[in-house]
Design a binder for this molecule. Structure first.
Ligand SMILES: Cc1cc2nc3c(=O)[nH]c(=O)nc-3n(C[C@H](O)[C@H](O)[C@H](O)COP(=O)(O)OP(=O)(O)OC[C@H]3O[C@@H](n4cnc5c(N)ncnc54)[C@H](O)[C@@H]3O)c2cc1C
Length: 416
């Protein structure tokens, strides 16, 4: 085996990537598949993987208009947690967290899960009461949660401004220690590699331009490379959901808009854990490259402009500096945005649609990275059996006619 010396790294760099094996094939698009998945983000790729792995359905294509993970999956701030409020959500997100805990092993690909804890802050006594209620509700559902007083918060995150005279004084918080972060690209690439190995065709630069429907049954999709027939088609295109669903005549209760994030220049380890403040509207962690990673609220108006607006960026930065005044000395290195798909009750919309053979994975909004394993697992089950997986039954499109919402606006409140 070749030694990983500095010299070898330089030699490989100068020679180019010769003899490197592609991680997945670059297959020719066939004219017929059993299942076509539109969108090569984490949700689409995970669905394809579980279809092949758990249900033996391998004649599957994932069609991606750009590159894998180039949508929200590669743009997010990678927070993973299962501390939602209602049992419908906690059950689902806990399933996802458990799958994350075994994912590197399952995919034989290091997704760099780091369970460093997700801490939600309270800035007044009333919020402490609310967090206590929230954490009790989660504990009752068998999920880990722990209240911290301000002293415990200070020792967890010493750089946080915990002075009583701070603009937003901190009274304490609630932590899910099993929460944390994972490497977003690795999640997409790991699922892609494993799905490809099971025979799934992953086709990049292949935009779906229309969905063929006849008599309320799906027949296939039209792409820039021609017509592809399939009895089952799944839409997993995040912020493009309304546009793509419209191709099949479906009007979705989704609002699309930009959600921004940003990173500072890299610094030495300064921040263990991920901290969220629903009051100032910011959440902050440190990446394994040392950058301080900052996210905030969505831009506040519908848009497909994948750039984000300056006022939201300013708001988020001033919120972050309220929490960590010492970060004002850091240089901001990069800022970006993704178009998120927000449903009226801030919960996902996953499962069947009124068009037979057409399935939906949307409404992940600002928090669907943590849902990738469970979203893929449950949608694959739903497609394979044409029956909703029990965990996603509450999240069907039909809840907007029955009125059985799962309102997670508060738990999904700060956008991650
Ligand atoms: C800034 C930001 C921060 C976030 N932070 C977090 C976080 O900390 N934790 C968390 O859990 N979630 C977070 N999210 C949300 C999370 O990233 C998304 O919910 C999740 O990635 C959605 O995955 P997806 O596969 O559905 O969508 P995507 O990853 O967006 O994939 C959809 C794909 O569909 C493709 N597509 C679109 N139209 C077509 C078409 N017509 N034909 C073919 N392909 C098409 C797109 O190119 C795209 O690659 C964040 C999002 C953003 C933008």
């Amino acid at each position: 085996m070749e030694k990983y010396s500095f010299l070898n790294i330089v030699r490989h760099g100068l020679r180019g990537h010769r003899h490197w094996q592609p991680v997945w094939r670059n297959p020719r698009l066939k004219t017929r598949y059993d299942v076509v998945i539109i969108g090569g983000g984490g949700q689409g790729l995970a669905t394809a993987y579980y279809l092949a792995k758990r249900h033996g359905i391998t004649n599957v294509a994932v069609l991606e208009k750009g590159w894998l993970g180039g949508g929200n999956t590669g743009r997010n701030t990678t927070a993973i947690r299962s501390n939602y409020f209602y049992p419908e959500s906690t059950n689902f997100f806990e399933h996802s967290l458990k799958l994350y805990e075994g994912l590197s092993h399952e995919l034989n690909y290091n997704v760099m899960l780091s369970q460093r804890g997700v801490l939600t802050l309270a800035h007044n006594p009333h919020q402490m009461d609310m967090l206590e209620r929230w954490s009790n509700s989660i504990l009752l559902q068998g999920i880990d949660a722990e209240m911290l007083d301000v002293g415990q918060v200070r020792s967890f995150l010493p750089l946080l401004d915990t002075r009583r005279s701070a603009r937003f004084p901190i009274y304490g918080g609630f932590i899910q220690r099993r929460g944390g972060v994972a490497r977003h690209d690795a999640v997409a690439w790991g699922y892609a590699r494993a799905a490809d190995a099971l025979g799934v065709d992953i086709v990049q630069n292949c935009e779906v331009t229309d969905i063929e429907v006849s008599g309320r049954r799906v027949l296939g999709v039209r792409t820039r490379d021609g017509l592809v027939r399939a009895d089952k088609v799944a839409i997993a295109v995040a912020g493009n959901s309304s546009v793509v669903a419209q191709m099949a005549g479906l009007s979705l209760p989704i609002v699309s808009g930009a959600l921004q994030a940003m990173v500072s220049e890299p610094v030495k380890p300064a921040l263990d854990g991920l901290v969220v403040s629903p009051t100032v509207h910011a959440y902050i962690s440190q990446s394994d490259r040392g950058e301080i990673l900052i996210g905030g609220r969505a831009d506040g108006y519908p848009s497909y402009g994948q750039r984000g607006a300056l006022p939201a960026l300013e708001d988020t930065l001033s919120a972050a500096l309220n929490l960590f005044p010492s970060f004002s000395r850091l240089k901001l290195m990069r800022q970006w945005a993704g178009i998120v798909d927000i449903s009226p009750d801030s919960s996902p919309i996953v499962g069947r649609t009124p068009v037979t053979g057409l399935y939906l994975s949307t409404g992940w909004g600002t928090g669907g990275f943590k849902a990738i394993p469970a979203g893929g697992d449950t949608l694959a089950h739903t497609i394979a059996h044409d029956r909703p997986h029990p965990l996603i039954e509450p999240f069907g499109l039909d809840r907007f006619t029955t009125g059985r919402f799962v309102n997670e606006a508060a738990a999904a409140g700060v956008d991650h």
